[in-house]
Design a protein around this ligand. Structure first.
Ligand code: G1P
Length: 294
């Protein structure tokens, strides 16, 4: 069996209803954080973690994602004629970044179902899953941190982070043998999808970065749909934890919930502050604005 994590699944079939009207005709994954679409941030994270094959689990109206990673000869030709070498290099870099495959999730049957759609493209090997709503910034990045734990422990590993009690109902929440501190991991004992605050004492949320052994596919295939008719990834991870074991890893990185309007704006500011060309004028603008808002 292949033991290296070489492939990643990116479920991108969602409708992006939280961003209507912007998401009406443009996939939310194509929205830019400064000058890079969200999907590029996510694919770059996977590639830096040593992944060379990306499986986009797409739906209708998502063809621009595939096109984005394809070559664009017309644009390349124009940039070459205009001697815009740095832009030409960037455009070509993106089309060479990874082997991009796509499979369709024809029915919206949940996140677990989306992952299951990628089974034939993954085969019998460990793989990562990255959700596009969260944009992370860290060196090494979060997927790299998970792959490092997987390589040492040979166990499925999911990223966890502490959230406020008011936030637990937005996430899958893990109960672990002992709450891991920074840069630590511990075995998952229980997992609950979007619990009410009184349903768990844990505040360890899963922000959407996972490394799984292929056993998860067998579990997903046999899983009964939830009350809403969805195949929940969280239910499958719990079953995996009860059989092979799953590690919860407290990662070290900044994260932005780009699937939420405020998080999206914040991510743009934060990445803008790290951007070599706009960092200084943006800082100046923020300082002046803060003064006016006092
Ligand atoms: C999904 C998962 C949830 C996870 C979250 C992270 O929920 O089901 O376990 O914590 O992503 O963003 P969604 O936000 O798609 O409803």
């Amino acid at each position: 069996m292949q033991t290296k994590v070489r492939k990643a699944v990116l479920p991108v079939a969602g409708l992006g209803t939280r961003f209507i009207p912007a998401s009406k005709a443009t996939p939310k994954e194509m929205f830019p954080i400064v000058d890079k679409p969200i999907i590029l941030h996510i694919v770059e994270e996977a590639v830096s973690a040593g992944i060379d094959t990306i499986i986009l689990v797409t739906g209708r109206h998502k063809t621009s994602l595939e096109e984005f990673f394809d070559r664009n000869y017309e644009l390349e030709d124009t940039l070459a004629k205009q001697n815009k070498d740095h832009l030409l290099k960037e455009v070509q870099r993106i089309s060479k970044l990874a082997n991009i495959l796509s499979v369709r999730q024809k029915n919206p049957l949940g996140l677990g179902h989306a992952v299951l759609c990628a089974q034939s493209a993954i085969g019998d090997e460990p793989f990562a899953v990255l959700l596009g709503d969260e944009v992370m910034y860290g060196k090494p990045n979060v997927t790299e941190q998970l792959v490092n734990v997987y390589n040492k422990e040979k166990k499925s590993t999911v990223a966890v982070m502490e959230v406020d009690q008011s936030e637990v109902s937005k996430y899958g929440i893990a109960e672990t043998k002992k709450n891991p501190g920074k840069m630590e991991f511990s075995e998952i004992e229980h997992l609950i999808e979007k619990p009410k605050p009184n349903e768990t004492k844990s505040r360890l949320a899963l922000p959407g970065r996972y490394v799984f052994t292929p056993t998860i596919f067998k579990i997903l295939r046999e899983l009964k749909p939830s009350k809403l008719g969805e195949i929940q990834l969280t239910d499958a991870i719990l079953k995996l934890a009860q059989t092979e074991g799953v590690l919860a890893y407290s990662f070290n990185a900044e994260r932005f919930d780009a699937g939420d309007r405020l998080g999206f704006v914040t991510a743009n500011i934060e990445f803008g502050l790290k951007h070599p060309e706009i960092s200084e004028p943006l800082k100046k603008y923020i300082k002046e604005k803060a003064e006016k808002l006092k």
